[in-house]
Design a protein around this ligand. Structure first.
Ligand SMILES: Cc1cc2nc3c(=O)[nH]c(=O)nc-3n(C[C@H](O)[C@H](O)[C@H](O)COP(=O)(O)O)c2cc1C
Length: 197
């Protein structure tokens, strides 16, 4: 039987205790889990033993990270804005995705959160450039959440509908992109394989 599940991996770009990137990721994951035939793998780099670039060690988390990204049809990278850029946590994750990168050819959606009122624009611009450089298909319309500390209640719910919708759209836009652009190609490949069998 053909598995038509769309698997999405989400990489969390903050390991700070109580971080807001993880709260935003939880909302995206919640949205994706409500979609039919979509599976979600939330990757928390804090749970992986990722070496610094070039300092590869045996039994590091790099292999597991690459396998989880490889298994995903689409990827979401979620970053906080730190010092006017994306986080070193996200860069470390990207460095551990291989060279060439397992992101190559995959659709990637970007989400940024920031304490400041201009949001995570700078982080997202820089991240878009790097992710595009490694050969991923970066979806247009990255979502930036400004003043993120004021956006969640204690239960992790987003307090205003507009922000909630914007965060959720990161997941739905990626799934729509995959449905419209990748699913027809995958179905065609299945047909050709079935005919050749
Ligand atoms: C090292 C560091 C640098 C930061 N730099 C910025 C910044 O340049 N602009 C900004 O708006 N917020 C900055 N912040 C605040 C974060 O955007 C804020 O903590 C926000 O909640 C997102 O990060 P988090 O996911 O770790 O919570 C910084 C926070 C840290 C820990």
């Amino acid at each position: 039987m053909i598995d038509r599940t769309i698997s999405i991996a989400i990489v969390q770009g903050s390991v700070r205790p109580g971080n807001f990137t993880a709260k935003a990721v939880a909302v995206v994951a919640d949205e994706l889990r409500q979609q039919s035939q979509v599976s979600v793998d939330v990757i928390d780099p804090a749970t992986l033993d990722l070496p610094l670039p070039g300092a590869a060690s045996e039994n590091s988390g790099a292999e597991q990270l690459q396998e989880r990204i490889q298994n995903a049809i689409g990827v979401i990278l979620a970053t906080p804005e730190y010092h006017g850029g994306y986080s070193s946590v996200i860069k470390l994750a990207i460095e551990n995705m291989g060279f060439p990168s397992v992101l190559k050819g995959k659709p990637v959606a970007l989400l940024g959160v920031a304490a400041g009122q201009i949001g995570a624009i700078k982080a997202l611009e820089q991240l878009r450039s790097v992710v595009s450089h490694v050969g991923a298909i970066v979806l247009p319309g990255p979502v930036s959440i400004a003043g993120v500390q004021g956006k969640f209640d204690e239960g992790g719910n987003v307090i205003d509908a507009q922000t909630d919708g914007a965060i959720r759209s990161v997941g739905t836009n990626l799934v729509h992109y995959i449905h419209d652009n990748l699913c027809p190609k995958m179905a065609l490949e299945e047909m050709v394989r079935a005919e050749a069998a």
